[in-house]
Ligand binder design. Structure first.
Ligand SMILES: *[C@@H]1O[C@H](CO)[C@@H](O)[C@H](O)[C@H]1NC(C)=O
Ligand SMILES: *[C@@H]1O[C@H](CO)[C@@H](O)[C@H](O)[C@H]1NC(C)=O
Ligand SMILES: *[C@@H]1O[C@H](CO)[C@@H](O)[C@H](O)[C@H]1NC(C)=O
Ligand SMILES: *[C@@H]1O[C@H](CO)[C@@H](O)[C@H](O)[C@H]1NC(C)=O
Length: 452
């Protein structure tokens, strides 16, 4: 490795003063390693100075990292060779004990010698080298794009896994495996830089959800014979709703009725790889794997994302198992609700590890929720200041992800509250009677005080 050294500033080769500079090229180094930059120069002149520069910002900034000035160095007598006109080879070294990513970049070594003719004029030459610092990836994770998303009984849907690998330099090689076997995927081109569309959107799909229209069919289909009713029943009155109370609570219905639209044995996978530079000099790599989901064969499939990188001695990996929600555990607090209490119904977890994260929807069977809405999204349903009328009302929690859907029902039992006499709460659930009752108590108390 030579050639990078360039002679500069010597307009007087007549007397044969010469200077050549070269820096030995460096193999890539890994963060934390020690590295030695070596600048070799050959001259028949007397050395004046050596300066090392760190070049940043595309060459616009040169920062001195080491200077040797022969003029102020008394201990350089062995370099007093200009009289003898002998060729000498020198080596100047700079050692970086623990390289960092920020040390990555070009370095220059500048050498100055005295011109033999004038013994004053300085002849300059320099060499340069690029220090390539690699960093192993520090984290890897697999997530599902566009979660939470609903299960679709009626339409094939694409499903996308995203593998995010960060901390690496250069960008790592990312690939997917299914059940331990490498996936042969059709590569898709990198999207244009700056579109930023590889960031996973945290979309709630309610408005884009094609299954929304047939949802009422789904609801009835589970209970009944699977025929689509032509019309929805109008909300039933409270009296009608209280009638048959025989279910065990909570009741779980796991939907295993899969559609007939997919029969492809080998799914076609699409693969996309994108990189985004991070300000610390590393690269965040994202690989996406997209295919048309078939819940029948994809449920419980193990997908892993692996990374190969020159700074890693062995591949790094992260894995997920696609699993439909099953057997949600529902708790109600307080366990013995009384009229006027605020009741919280919460999904605490599932029998299994569910992936991707499910979408939760609460509805009241046969009626609207206490606040008048038809449904509520979220893990928890809060019923504020429950009126006696809600006694026996049934709530359904639908937990779904693209692999499947499950319904759980729970019935609310409200007990009488000795602090709130029967019938004082209005049908909106607010307790107008409650304040009145307090007022009566206060008045009574006042009377007693006056008597004593
Ligand atoms: C001069 O250099 C010699 C050998 O390189 C070294 O042993 C000596 O300590 C140095 N003296 C000074 C004053 O730096
Ligand atoms: C699924 O993704 C592939 C590749 O991007 C696309 O060609 C296909 O139209 C998509 N299918 C659906 C149903 O969105
Ligand atoms: C609610 O119904 C249960 C029986 O299902 C009953 O024991 C309880 O007294 C009822 N509560 C009220 C406030 O009527
Ligand atoms: C129930 O609430 C609605 C709207 O908040 C109100 O118009 C109505 O008068 C309330 N009914 C009672 C019985 O308080």
């Amino acid at each position: 490795g030579t050639g990078t050294g360039a002679q500069r500033g010597c307009g007087c080769p007549s007397l044969g003063t010469y200077l050549t500079v070269s820096i030995e090229p460096l193999p890539p180094v890994v963060v934390g390693d020690a590295v030695t930059l070596k600048c070799n120069f050959k001259t028949d002149g007397k050395m004046r100075e050596i300066v090392w520069y760190r070049v940043t910002d595309g060459g616009t900034i040169k920062q001195k990292i080491f200077t040797f000035d022969a003029m102020f160095s008394t201990n350089f007598s062995h370099m007093e060779n200009y009289r003898k006109r002998e060729d000498l080879v020198y080596q100047s070294t700079v050692r970086l004990p623990e390289v960092r990513i920020s040390d990555n970049g070009p370095y220059e070594c500048h050498v100055g010698i005295y011109d033999r003719a004038t013994r004053e004029k300085v002849v300059l030459a320099s060499g340069n080298v690029f220090l390539n610092v690699m960093a192993p990836p520090t984290s890897i994770s697999v997530l599902a794009a566009d979660t939470p998303a609903p299960f679709s009984r009626y339409q094939a849907q694409n499903f996308t896994l995203v593998c995010v690998v960060s901390g690496g330099k250069p960008a790592p090689l990312v690939y997917f495996k299914r059940d331990g076997e490498p996936i042969e995927a059709t590569p898709l081109p990198e999207p244009p830089v700056g579109t930023g569309n590889w960031a996973p959107r945290n979309l709630l799909h309610r408005d884009l959800d094609d299954t929304k229209v047939p949802k009422s069919l789904m609801d009835e289909g589970e209970v009944g014979a699977g025929q689509a009713p032509a019309t929805m029943d109008p909300p039933r009155g409270l009296a009608a709703e209280r009638d048959p109370v025989t279910e065990t609570i909570p009741e779980t219905v796991v939907s295993r009725e899969f559609p007939r639209w997919v029969h492809v044995a080998e799914p076609i996978y699409y693969f996309r790889h994108t990189h985004a530079p991070v300000s610390d000099g590393t690269v965040e790599a994202r690989a996406t794997l997209t295919w048309t989901l078939n819940p029948q064969i994809d449920n419980e499939a193990l997908f892993s994302c692996e990374v190969k990188h020159p700074a890693l001695s062995m591949p790094m990996q992260s894995e997920v198992t696609l699993v439909a929600p099953k057997g949600p555990k529902i708790t109600m607090t307080p366990t013995r609700a009384r009229v006027g209490d605020t009741v919280r119904i919460l999904v605490q977890g599932f029998q299994n590890e569910v992936f991707p994260e499910p979408l939760f929807t609460w509805t009241r069977v046969g009626s609207r929720l206490l606040d008048g809405s038809a449904e509520h999204d979220g893990k928890e349903l809060v019923l504020e200041r429950v009126p006696a009328e809600l006694n026996g009302s049934m709530y359904r929690c639908t937990a779904q992800n693209p692999l499947g859907s499950t319904d759980t029902h729970t019935r609310l039992i409200v007990f009488e509250n000795p602090n709130i006499p029967r019938g004082t709460e209005d049908s909106n659930g607010s307790l107008t009677g409650h304040c009145g009752f307090r007022l009566v108590l206060a008045l009574t108390l006042t009377v007693i005080l006056e008597l004593t």
